[in-house]
Structures are given as C-alpha cells and as structure tokens.
Design a protein around this ligand. Structure first.
Ligand SMILES: Cc1cc2nc3c(=O)[nH]c(=O)nc-3n(C[C@H](O)[C@H](O)[C@H](O)COP(=O)(O)O)c2cc1C
Length: 230
C-alpha cells in the first residue's frame, strides 16, 4: 500500500456511483492509523446518506461522521488521522471529500465534521491541475520537502499552513484569518493544518515526529501549532 503516491494525484471527489462498499478494510485501516496526539479520544461512524443533512449540491452514498473529545489539538488530530484514511480510500478506488457543510440527523455533542465517500471513477488528476500557493508562500523559503503539505486539501482551499525551517524539521503555524473569513474557517483551519501534517507524515513515515516547543518564535499573523521532525 503506497499512500504517498496518492498525494500527487488526489482530488476531492464529488462524483459517486451507488455501488456498495465492503467496510471491513476501512475499519481495519482506522484501527492501525497513527494519531497526532494519542491522548485525545476520538470515534467515528459510517452512515448512509439518509442519516445526514447534506447542504452541498452533490452527495455521496456514504458519510464518515467524525467525533472527538474537545481537548488540545483535537481538530488537528482528526485531520491528521482521517486524511490518512482518505489517501488509503483513494488507493483502493474509493473517492472521498471532507464535508464541512453537513450535519447528522441524530445529533451528538461530540460531532466535529464528516467525510463523504463512495466508489468513483473521478478522483484523480494530473499534478498540473492542483491550485495551490507557491512553496515560497507557505514557508520562510521555498523547499521541495514541503510539496506533500502544499498539495493537501483545505476548507475552501484556504491553505492556512505555514512552515518555518528548524534544525531537524519545521515549526508549524496556522494563518490568522481576517474577521470575515474567521467566522467560517475557525473550526476548519486547524483540521486543514492536521491534514497537511498527515501528508508530511505519509511522505516521511520513518522519521516523522510531532511535538510542542515552548521557545517557538511568535510570527505576526500566525499562531503556532507545533513542530515536526522529519
Ligand atoms: C475541513 C474541510 C472542509 C471542507 N468542506 C467542504 C464542503 O462542505 N463542500 C465541498 O464541496 N468541499 C469541501 N471541502 C473540500 C475543499 O473545497 C477542497 O479540499 C479544496 O477546494 C481543494 O481542492 P482539492 O481537495 O480537490 O485539492 C472541504 C475540505 C476540508 C479540508
């Protein structure tokens, strides 16, 4: 199973067939996934689309509902865990898309976000079709090591991540949005940062470590998320 290859051809899938899916490999993958912070409890359910209030113009046959206790970097943690799943799904010909615009018909207080998924033949693309900030915009200097993070999906393609070089990797920051965007993005942007870290992990599986510094640099316009060794 090569998840890294998926990073360079992935796209959010919004076109599904109704074909039934065997969920066993999905449950198995999740039971072996690496979290960003293993002290944060999370949970998920696989739902058919009749159990979900869908506010997008398209829909998928299945939705993963993601739940978490609301502690520490729980949003980054969910992004990190379930982006690994999204890459895995694509590797077995199942398309997926993070969906902020959906809620559960049966409410749960710990619900955070959902991911649509299903069989599809429209879930890969050419590298040239990615619309992304340049490497120089997402770091203190352009570095090809950051391509996996650069290509990560994010809510309304906001790409809120910033990577400052350190001795053994990067200090990771999230952009502070202006007041208008903040309302929409405050919940999603930490998930986006977690998603970009999942791509950095998948591309550097051997050495990847996430930790928090106390002596990080304050950078105007950004908040510090944590640091990675790669
Ligand atoms: C946290 C999050 C929430 C998202 N919510 C939606 C959504 O509600 N509807 C939708 O069509 N796409 C949604 N997306 C997909 C983004 O629009 C998409 O990732 C971005 O435009 C980049 O395109 P790409 O994933 O095809 O590279 C979401 C993505 C993320 C990471």
């Amino acid at each position: 199973m090569n998840l890294e290859n998926q990073i360079y051809v992935r796209k959010s899938c919004r076109n599904y067939t109704d074909e039934e899916i065997d969920m066993t490999p999905i449950h198995e993958f999740i039971s072996n996934v690496k979290p960003l912070d293993d002290s944060i409890k999370y949970d998920y359910e696989i739902l058919t689309n009749d159990k979900v209030n869908i506010r997008t113009r398209w829909q998928a046959p299945y939705y993963l509902a993601l739940f978490s206790e609301k502690n520490g970097n729980y949003l980054e943690n969910l992004g990190f865990i379930f982006q690994q799943l999204s890459l895995y799904l694509q590797s077995i010909d199942i398309g997926s898309c993070w969906v902020g615009m959906a809620s559960l018909k049966e409410k749960r207080d710990d619900f955070v976000i959902s991911i649509s998924f299903g069989k599809s033949d429209k879930m890969t693309r050419d590298r040239s079709a990615f619309k992304r900030k340049s490497l120089a915009e997402i770091s203190d200097y352009a570095d090809e090591k950051l391509i996996p993070a650069q290509l990560a999906p994010s809510a309304i393609n906001s790409q809120p991540w910033y990577f400052k070089h350190s001795n053994d990797g990067f200090d990771v920051y999230q952009i502070k949005q202006n007041i208008i965007k903040r309302q929409v993005l405050k919940k999603w942007n930490p998930i986006d940062v977690g998603i970009s870290l999942a791509h950095m992990y998948v591309a550097n599986e051997e050495n990847f470590e996430f930790y928090k510094k106390t002596d990080f640099e304050n950078i105007k316009g950004y908040t510090y998320t944590g640091s990675i060794k790669i």
